[in-house]
Design a binder for this molecule. Structure first.
Ligand code: CWD
Length: 895
């Protein structure tokens, strides 16, 4: 039916001859407190407008009857409505009171009289004869929820005034919504606002949803002022659509956050036009409830409801005949024209003072809410909310732009050289007491972002650690969580646990944990420290090379013919008594002489022996020069005895206790680590008595200097102390990697602004300049440390000089090969000379030669060329077996 009406209307096809009575009567119910209110005015003005308009209902005049009822007096309200019904009204308007509205609706429903309402209906059920212009409660709840999601609210207080207020907000506070909210519900009235607000303040809840009567709003606002809950930390979300009508002058300059929706866009030109006419109308009636700049939502809805009724009538006029309403409460007989009228009103699509209007089953499904935020000059529109499309924020800075707030922030800090230090003496007061790297950064940041600050030391002198037993935090983290400070500045490490309860800016410094230890004593000079330049295995290899080369020299020399010289210096062919200078002892003497760079009288003559000599000389050259160079390094470098080299060494021993700063991120790093070595270290630290956790890092350094203690500390600080105290040193590298940041309470509007400045300072190099100022540009730097750092001498091992052994072996192989060639050449030549000599292979000849050399040990006479072995065996000429026969024959021939 409804659809059919719409289609007929749109096509402009009348179903039957249109006709409206010349006077259409309507009734309105207002509560006593609405007498002469803007709503009543808007009602009358709307009727006046419609009656004057010659296009809307040209042949019909609207006549109205207004009745006033007391709040909660449903009996008289019902009686008055019945009276209006008797009078023949075609519809009833109002009241806006939810409870009275329900009673009156039941009469309209029973008599089929259209009921045009402007109240927030907490019921979601369909009401057949009701057209409600107020946005439905479930849609409003979605709007508030979207804003809370946008604002990242996690903990809120809801202040409502009467039970109906709670019913109104029940969608909002219902669990299992899209957001996880910690909600504190508080019912309040003007007498209890103060105590309720005080309670909220004590609980440190900063996000508050306020649902109070418009008439009591000024009491509530007064309470906020009295309790000084009017700074930027607090955010109030009002459910009223009329925040623009309240005096917020006292709140504009304290940066308190106040947010609300409005349903009337007073900047809209058509709204302004209607308002102007309404004000003129009001003047003609002699009342002064409206001004040109705003109108209450209720009045706007009332105006729109009358217009919607008139448009519905107009639509009905084109297709229906509007019957007289001749019903009465007495016989409860419904009006048969009511259904058509309500259907036509339900089909109206209109743009009124309260924005676009469209209904579905009497409920308003189209409207627009403007999101307002209090800024310094006024409440300004910062976004919109539409059913179905959610919140669209057009001015993010209104919520997160701390730059415009010239606020004074409380900054908590902790003393730690060179980050934050303190001047002593009475001349320094307030912020001037503090100086250091972080104070310089804070000063730059405050200038750029535009805030003043008050620096104060954290009472418990701790950075902040989570107590796993009590679940509470201490130190600067606690100050931020409790909103006792707005910023925490110092060497405050960003870590997972902290980031889940507070916010951090981008890091301004990067670091890791390292080990601080006392510089070890110099190593005592040792009797055999001359051995240090070469590793032990190199010494052994040199010794082996010496033996090998000497033996090879001996063998090669024996086999190599040019090494054999005539004893008598006579003709070699005639005198076969030859000698060889490379006996075994001479060979060893030759190699040791060259190894010691002294030489010997022995000079190799054959190519093979010269090759052996050459590679050996090369070998000794490299070994001796490497040894000499490294010896120089060893003599200039002080050798340190370091019992630990890294964290694993620390973990693997129990003699040297080690610890961290108490309640700092270094301690929690070990406590929460999943790495086995660090877990082990934590178990050690936890159980060690007396405690290894130091209350300040100065105590840690003092204990390190006392000896037998390693302090696990942050590398930036470690650099600082090691540069200044030559007795301290860093052991090993970094165990982790992290950064220092400026901490803020969760959701703080300052975080992003400060992060931007930090990034800017880093990119411009100012951060590095500040670092140099506090770390490097001080005369206290320890020089010895610098010198020691790069000058550590190590024994030369196979990795360094192993190649020379390879060259030596290659040379020896070459020498043996050349020796074989020489021997083969000589042997061939001899056989040609003595053609009668029996044929013998080179190998067996070499074997014989070697055998001869070994048997004769010191002999320098050579059998292969058939020299006599007079010295070896004076009576026997040593001849290899193959030559024996020939030798005998030549001897018998000689005899
Ligand atoms: N902090 C720490 O835990 N160890 C250290 O060596 C130093 Cl110098 C400081 C504190 C840490 N920066 C924190 O924020 O907890």
């Amino acid at each position: 039916m409804e659809l059919m009406m719409k289609i007929v209307f749109l096509l402009g096809l009348p179903m039957k001859v249109p006709s409206l009575p010349p006077v259409v009567k309507i009734g309105a119910i207002f509560t006593e407190d609405q007498r002469n209110s803007s709503s009543e005015l808007a009602f009358k003005f709307a009727i006046d407008e419609i009656n004057k308009d010659k296009t809307l209902l040209p042949h019909t005049v609207l006549a109205y009857d207004i009745q006033y009822v007391s709040m909660n007096d449903s009996f008289h309200a019902n009686k008055k409505v019945c009276h209006q019904v008797q009078f023949g009204v075609h519809s009833i308007f109002g009241p806006s009171d939810p409870l009275l509205g329900t009673h009156i609706h039941s009469i309209c429903d029973a008599l089929d009289i259209p009921h045009l309402e402007i109240r927030l209906d907490s019921e979601n059920d369909v009401r057949e004869f009701s057209i409600n212009l107020h946005p439905a409660q479930n849609l409003l709840s979605s709007a508030f929820e979207d804003v809370m999601i946008f604002l990242n609210w996690t903990r809120i207080a809801v202040v409502y005034e009467d039970d109906y207020g709670l019913m109104k907000l029940r969608e909002l506070v219902r669990p299992s919504r899209n957001i996880q909210l910690d909600i504190h519900l508080r019912q309040a009235n003007p007498e209890s606002y103060w105590s309720v607000l005080m309670d909220i303040k004590k609980k440190e809840i900063h996000n508050i949803v306020v649902d109070t009567r418009a008439s009591n709003m000024h009491h509530f606002l007064k309470g906020i002022l009295q309790l000084q809950m009017n700074d930027y930390k607090y955010h109030y979300l009002f459910t009223s659509f009329d925040m623009e009508t309240f005096d917020l002058e006292d709140f504009k300059y304290n940066f308190v956050n106040m947010t609300a929706f409005r349903i009337v866009d007073i900047e809209d030109l058509s709204v302004k036009e209607v308002l102007r006419n309404m004000v003129k109308f009001q003047s003609s009636k002699g009342t002064r409830t409206l001004n040109f700049s705003y109108i209450q939502a209720e009045a706007a809805l009332m105006y729109d409801s009358v217009l919607v009724f008139a448009v519905g009538l107009q639509m009905l006029e084109q297709s229906h005949f509007l019957k007289f309403s001749n019903v009465s409460c007495d016989n409860a007989h419904p009006w048969d024209g009511g259904l058509s009228l309500i259907n036509y009103i339900n089909a109206v699509e209109w743009k009124g003072l309260s924005g676009p209007i469209e209904f579905k089953e009497g409920r308003r499904i189209r409207f627009k809410l403007d999101l307002l935020k209090l800024k310094q000059h006024a409440l300004v529109k910062v976004g919109e909310w539409h059913p179905g499309s959610g919140v669209n924020i057009t001015d993010h800075d209104a919520f997160f732009d701390p730059g415009v707030m010239n606020a004074t922030l409380v900054v908590t800090t902790i003393l730690e050289t060179p980050y934050v230090m303190m001047h002593s003496g009475k001349n320094f007061t307030g912020n001037n007491r503090f100086y250091g790297f972080c104070i310089d950064i804070l000063e730059r940041v405050s200038q750029e972002v535009g805030f003043d600050y008050l620096l104060d030391l954290v009472p418990d002198r701790k950075y902040g650690a989570h107590d796993q037993q009590t679940g509470s935090w201490n130190g600067m983290v606690r100050q931020l969580i409790q909103h006792k400070a707005d910023l925490a500045v110092g060497s405050m490490t960003i870590n997972y646990a902290r980031e889940s309860v507070i916010d951090f800016t981008k890091p301004f410094m990067n670091l890791g944990i390292s080990i601080l230890f006392k510089v070890s004593r110099s190593e005592q000079a040792k009797l055999f420290s001359f051995m240090n330049p070469l590793a032990t295995d190199i010494w052994l290899y040199v010794l082996s090379a010496y033996v090998l080369v000497s033996v090879v020299m001996f063998i090669v020399a024996k086999l190599s013919p040019p090494e054999w010289a005539n004893i008598n210096n006579s003709d070699v062919k005639k005198d076969r008594n030859m000698e060889n200078q490379f006996s075994l002892s001479n060979s060893f003497w030759f190699t040791v002489g060259t190894l010691m760079q002294q030489g010997s009288d022995l000079n190799p003559k054959a190519a093979s022996t010269r090759i052996v000599g050459g590679v050996w000389w090369f070998f000794t050259l490299i070994i001796i020069s490497s040894y000499t160079a490294n010896l120089a390094a060893f003599l200039t470098v002080e050798r340190m005895i370091t019992p630990i080299e890294n964290a694993e060494d620390l973990a693997g021993q129990t003699e040297i206790p080690y610890g961290t700063l108490e309640s700092g991120s270094t301690m929690t790093f070990f406590r929460d680590s999943m790495i086995e070595t660090y877990k082990k270290m934590w178990r050690f630290m936890e159980n060690r008595q007396p405690t290894v956790f130091m209350p300040t890092y100065e105590d840690g350094i003092r204990r390190v200097l006392e000896g037998n203690y390693a302090f696990l500390m942050e590398s930036t600080m470690l650099d600082f102390v090691v540069q200044r105290d030559c007795n301290l040193t860093q052991i090993g590298g970094l165990l982790d990697s992290k950064g220092y940041g400026i901490a803020t309470p969760k959701g703080s509007p300052w975080k992003d602004k400060i992060s931007l400045v930090i990034l800017e300072l880093q990119e411009k190099g100012e951060m590095q300049m500040l670092y140099n100022k506090w770390w490097r540009n001080s005369g206290e730097t320890c020089q010895r440390n610098e010198k020691k750092k790069g000058s550590k001498a190590n024994s030369l091992g196979v990795d360094n000089i192993g190649g020379v052994f390879v060259v030596l072996l290659g040379g020896l192989c070459l020498a043996v090969f050349v020796c074989i060639l020489e021997f083969w050449y000589s042997s061939t030549k001899y056989k040609k000379e003595f053609s009668r000599a029996p044929r013998q292979s080179v190998c067996s000849e070499m074997g014989s030669e070697l055998c001869f050399a070994l048997k004769c040990r010191g002999s320098r006479q050579r059998p292969a060329l058939r020299r006599q072995c007079s010295k070896c065996l004076p009576d026997v000429t040593y001849v290899p077996t193959e030559f024996k026969n020939l030798s005998h024959r030549s001897q018998s021939r000689a005899n």
